[in-house]
Ligand binder design. Structure first.
Ligand SMILES: [Zn+2]
Length: 101
């Protein structure tokens, strides 16, 4: 059994950030804070578009935070995804968002 999802990726201005899953249960006018420290209104976690997903680059601070956490648990291998060229082409194929499926 896979572990319960503990985070969500959301494109907000400036990047596609990872937020603790609890942030999706905040009131819409409360502040959600990504793992890298980026903050946005919780309402923005629910108002994403496919275009935003395409336009925003993945936040590497959030990515590396999760990668370190997941590899510590031996949960998934992200070895091939770390230390990339930083070209912004890395995708989140291994970190799919259930709300968008
Ligand atoms: Zn971030």
């Amino acid at each position: 059994m896979p572990a319960n999802l503990t985070y969500v990726w959301r494109p907000i201005t400036g990047g596609r950030h990872a937020f603790p899953i609890d942030n999706t249960r905040l009131d819409t006018d409360e502040e959600a804070t990504a793992y890298c420290g980026a903050a946005t209104l919780a309402q923005n976690l629910h108002e994403t578009t496919e275009l935003a997903w395409i336009m925003e680059p993945t936040c590497m601070d959030c990515w590396q935070h999760l990668a370190a956490k997941l590899t510590d648990c031996g949960d998934i291998s992200v070895r091939g995804l770390r230390g990339g060229a930083g070209s912004g082409t890395s995708d989140a194929a291994g970190l799919r968002d259930p709300l968008l499926e």
